[in-house]
Design a protein around this ligand. Sequence first.
Ligand code: ATP
Length: 301
Amino acid sequence: MSVIEVSDLRKSYGGRAVVDGVSFAVEEGEIFGILGPNGAGKTTTVECVEGLRTPDAGRVRVTGLDPVTDHERVTRVLGAQLQQSELQAKLTVREALELYAAFHPHPLDWRPLAERLGLTPKLASRFGKLSGGQKQRLFIALALIGNPRIVVLDELTTGLDPRARRDTWELIEDIRTGGVTVLLVTHFMEEAQRLCDRIAVIDGGRVAALDSPAGLIRRTAGSTVISFTPSAPLDERDLNGLPALVSVEHKDGRITLAGTDETVNAVITLLACNRITALQLRVTDATLDDAFLDLTKETAA
Ligand SMILES: Nc1ncnc2c1ncn2[C@@H]1O[C@H](COP(=O)(O)OP(=O)(O)OP(=O)(O)O)[C@@H](O)[C@H]1O
């Protein structure tokens, strides 16, 4: 069942389309990622889902509700991560949790939530004195306090150190295991690859691709790279004739080929037929980074 439906969403500023016909659906219980370069229209899209911006055209539904006309009801099913500026520096963690719990008709008990997020030792600390990671944990707690079915997290781990980032990822997985659907806007490929069931790559206000992380990688031209130093020279025509080959590079006697598994199998056969040994043979898969660069290269050009 889709809990978020976006179809042909459009939004312009000063006559410039920043969201230009975006469509996707988020299924209940999944972690759905929105990935894209700076200025691609990710936040604008997500803010239309939250009902914070009114679309110029298109249709947005959150559990069947219109986020603009049914804003009140949408805020009960959808929890959104606050921006830094929305909390006063002098508010303590406990006060923030109590305050935000009071905004909701059926809030979660904030004590176990604070415990789960590792905030119990910080309850008396003022927001302004928290570390970046502690602030993020508090924002996640505040997004979840209304007991939402869906939580929207935008740039969740920006500014966190690697340890805090990994802890936050575990937390997001726990949240999903608890039955909450997660809509995640991120710049971090590793984060998207690790957490998301599906990803919409948004570029220039449009959906450039929508697939699982593995599916996006498979679409990348040259998704497998094989490199080796041959024990004897190889015929250049044989190399260029390899199936599904995307590129061949020679450097310091080493050959690097980008292609698919078919290319790898064919090069191994070619080497065997010519009784050539492949020294320091390495085969690597493309990453989501490669897929992202490939999918968004037109706007970068
Ligand atoms: N209120 C506004 N008025 C005018 N232009 C805006 C407004 N909000 C966003 N924009 C412009 O719309 C474009 C898309 O912005 P948006 O914040 O949606 O992108 P984004 O993909 O979230 O980018 P980033 O990754 O940098 O946060 C940008 O060029 C931005 O400058």
